[in-house]
Design a protein around this ligand. Structure first.
Ligand SMILES: C=C1C[C@]23C[C@@]1(O)CC[C@H]2[C@@]12CC[C@H](O)[C@@](C)(C(=O)O1)[C@H]2[C@@H]3C(=O)O
Ligand SMILES: O=C(O)CCC(=O)C(=O)O
Ligand SMILES: [Fe+2]
Length: 332
């Protein structure tokens, strides 16, 4: 199919070198934890205290204990989510050569389309997936993509409001001012990442997406019903089972730093499926690039840094090592 990225061809050298090598072959051996990821009903936020307060507590406890939780009654309609996925499919089903030249062929911003991990140095770092990134600020200019633009706009508007509500609740619980995010981090550099995980003939050898933490304050993810997302909990990989009415929320590196490690940015990855393709859509809630990330708490765990510095460090690390090093680069 001419829309599939040529993973096998490009990964050939690394695969030939490593297939049959057991140290690289036990990729999925540690999977399975029995604990259930918190599922939080946001409907309770519309009720009177103590129900509302209880819900806020559930959110902050999940963010500190798990760094991950699922939400239901989140207010984003199935219509908006389905419309997004159907536009996403249309985009991924374009010929691979056109996706590669998305800047010229589709008149999209540079680096909108990404596939695999061009910097991988070993099997553990290969990723059997492709993605499109859309900065929220670029979406209004997508004149040549009317239906995609409208889906992205609807999705972004709802996700942005939801993310704002969640970060404000989380901020309150670590004694930050209730409008901390509004006052300090506007305009934002939030973006949407459309993910596609093609069927993978060597699914026991490579990941759909290698283990990473997100560079964001908070990420909200919509996943289809295929499954494959796993998160690290107490040293074990735990499946995030698909729930069609839920969205997955996770704390990103920036909120971990801002909360001085109260909230946790947790490693997660996606296991590749052999027979079926999988789609997910992620909203990364981020401040403007020169926003300073610094906790008020003492003693501070991290040096103060700007998002720009953090992104640059990540880029360099990925280029040099194939992997994102992350927050440990900024420990005091
Ligand atoms: C190779 C990589 C690119 C990535 C960092 C990683 O090591 C693994 C996942 C990628 C990801 C996914 C979420 C965000 O889009 C991102 C910016 C991040 O923080 O982790 C990207 C990284 C990237 O594109 O540089
Ligand atoms: O597809 C998923 O379930 C997770 C995607 C993800 O982690 C990301 O886009 O950062
Ligand atoms: Fe992620």
């Amino acid at each position: 199919m001419d829309f599939e990225p040529p993973f096998l061809k490009i990964y050939n050298t690394l695969l030939e070198k490593n297939l049959g090598d057991n140290s690289e072959n036990d990729l999925y051996s540690k999977v399975e934890g029995s604990e259930e990821l918190p599922l939080i009903d946001l409907e309770k936020l519309n009720l009177e205290d103590p129900k509302r307060e209880e819900c806020m507590k559930e959110i902050s406890e999940a963010a500190s204990k798990w760094g991950f939780f699922q939400i239901i009654n989140h207010g984003i309609s199935n219509e908006i989510l389905n419309k997004m996925i159907s536009e996403q499919k249309k985009l991924f089903y374009q010929p691979f050569v056109n996706k590669l030249s998305a800047e010229t062929v589709f008149n999209l911003s540079p680096k909108t389309y990404r596939w695999g991990n061009p910097c991988a140095t070993n099997l553990r770092q290969l990723s059997w997936s492709e993605a499109f990134h859309f900065a929220l600020t670029d979406i209004p200019n997508m004149d040549q993509h009317i239906t995609l633009r409208s889906s992205l706009e609807d999705f972004a508007t709802r996700m942005d409001t939801l993310a704002e509500n969640l970060v404000e609740i989380l901020a309150l619980k670590v004694n930050m001012k209730s409008n901390h995010f509004q006052e300090n981090y506007l305009p934002k550099s939030s973006f949407i990442r459309l993910n596609r995980y093609p069927p993978c003939p060597i699914s026991s050898e490579v990941f759909g997406l290698l283990a990473h933490c997100d560079t964001s304050f908070l990420t909200i993810l919509y996943q289809d019903s295929v499954g494959g997302l796993q998160l690290m909990k107490d040293g074990k990989w735990v499946d995030v089972k698909p729930n069609p009415s839920a969205l997955v929320v996770n704390i990103g590196d920036l909120f971990q730093a801002l909360s001085n490690d109260v909230y946790k940015s947790i490693k997660h990855r996606v296991v590749a499926a052999e027979e079926v393709e999988r789609f997910s859509t992620a909203f990364f809630y981020c401040p403007f690039n020169d926003a300073v990330i610094q906790s008020e708490n003492k003693p501070a765990v991290y040096k103060k840094f700007t998002l720009r510095e953090y992104r640059q460090q990540t880029l360099n690390d990925v280029k040099e090592t194939g992997d994102k090093v992350g927050l440990s680069r900024f420990v005091l």
